[in-house]
Design a binder for this molecule. Sequence first.
Ligand code: ADP
Ligand code: MG
Length: 474
Amino acid sequence: MQKEENWDWSSFWTETVNQLKNNLTEQESVMWFSNLAYLSGTEDIMRISVPSSFYKDQISQRYGTLISETLENICGRKLGIEFHVIAASLEIDKSDGDSLNGKPQKDIPVQKAAARTTQTKPRPKPAIPGNNVLNPDYTFDSFVIGDNNSFAANAAYAISKNPGTAYNPCLFYGGVGLGKTHLIQSIGHSVRNDSPELKIVYVTAEAFTNEFLDMLGKKKMHQFKNKYRGVDILLIDDIHFLQNKEGTQEELFHTFNALYESKKQIVFTCDRPVSELKNLTDRLRSRFERGLNVDLKPPDLETRQAILMKKMESRNISISPEVIELICQNITSNVRDLESALLKLVAYSELVHKDISLAIANEQLKDHFTDNFQVNISVDLIQKIVSDYFNVSTADLKSKKRTKAVTLPRQIAMFILRELTEYSTTEIGYEFGGRDHTTVMHACQRIESRMKTDSTLEPTINNLIRTVKDDIKS
Ligand code: ADP
Ligand code: MG
C-alpha cells in the first residue's frame, strides 16, 4: 500500500485547473471547477473532492477525459483520478469514489463510472462517434407525447412493432433538440427488446461517412458493404450531414436499394425537410422522400412542462412547480435548452444546499432566458416591421385569416425571414400560428414568382429588409 503523505500532487492539481480554465468559458469554470478541491494522492491516484453526487457524475461525464489528459501533460505520466463526494466534513467517503484512468485503491470500492469506461489502461482506440451506441435514456417510455410530436411518436412506435412493413422508409425531421435522436433510438431499443435476433444498426450520417472513407482508404469496401447491406434495421441520424458528400451519398443510395428490396426497415432523421437539402443527388433525395416523412415541432407549454416533470422523475430531482413553469414559459425553442436550464438549477441547488426559489431561478437562468429572447427578436422584429408597413396587426399575421389584406404581408414576412435568418420553414411556420412548413414554402414561392410580374414588389421587399437591418444595427 502506498504511503499517501509521500505524494502531494496538490500543485499539479492547481495547475491542471488553471490550464483547464483557459479552455472553458468563465461560467463553466466557475460552475464546475470552483468547488473541486485536492484531497490526497498516492503514486497512482489523485483524489479530488466534489460537493455532490450530481457534481461527480457531471464532472466525470463532461470533463473526465479532459481532466485526465491535462493532468497527464502536466505530470508527464498517467494518473488515475477519483472524485469523492464531501458534503459537510472533510471525511473521505470511502464508498463513493469513481476512478478515472487509474488503478483503484484496494481499500476503496470503486463504482463504475461513465468516464472510467472511456479512460482505461491502455487507452482504447476511440470508437467512431455515433456508431451503434444507443443511449439507454432514449426509450419510448421516457418520450413525452404532445400535439407537436404525436404523429412522429406513433409512427416510430408502429415501426418498432412491425419493422419493414407499413412505414418504410421513414424520415423524421425538425429543428435541433426536438427529439429526433431520442425517437430513432427508441425504435432501436424497442426492436432489440422484442426481437434480439434482428440486426440493428444505429449510426449518425457523420459516423457513416467517416467509416465509409476509412474503409475505402483501407480497401475494405466489401466489409463495409457486407455490414450495412446485411442489417435488418438501419437507423441513420442527421442525414443533412451528407450534403456535399457525393461518394457517401452514392454508397448510401446502393445500401438503401439493397435493404429496401429485401424489405428491411430504414429510418432517417434530418434537421429540415428533404426538399431543403442542398447538394444532394436527385436519386438519393427521391429515396429519402419515399415512404413516410414526418415532422417534429417545438412542444407547447403543457408538453414542455410534462417533459421537465418526466426528466425530474427519472433523475430523482425535485424543483417546485412555479420554477418549472418559469423555465417552460421562457424557454420555448427546444427540449435540449429546457433540460440544460433544469440541470443548471439542480447544480446550483446542490452547491448552495438550498431549494430553488423563483428569484434564484430568474437570476441563475438570465443568460438562458435572454438568448432565447434574442432568437425571438428577429422573428418578432420582422413580423412587426412588415405588419406596421401594411397596417395590419402582428396577431393578424399569425391568425388563420386569409383575406388579401393579410395574406400578402404574411407571405412577405415569411419570405424575409427565409432571406435574413437561418430558420427552417418548419420553425417559421411555427411562428405564424403553427402553420405547416409547406405553407411557408408555398408563400416563398408565391413571392418569388410575383416579383417577376409585379415590378413594385421587389423594391418594397428590399425596403423592408433595409428597415430590419437598420433596426438591428441601432
Ligand atoms: P434532436 O436529435 O432532435 O436534436 P434529441 O433527440 O437529442 O434532439 O433531444 C434533445 C433532448 O431533449 C434529449 O435529452 C431528449 O431526451 C429530450 N427530448 C426531446 N423531446 C422529448 C420528449 N418528447 N420527451 C422527453 N424528452 C425529450
Ligand atoms: Mg439528434
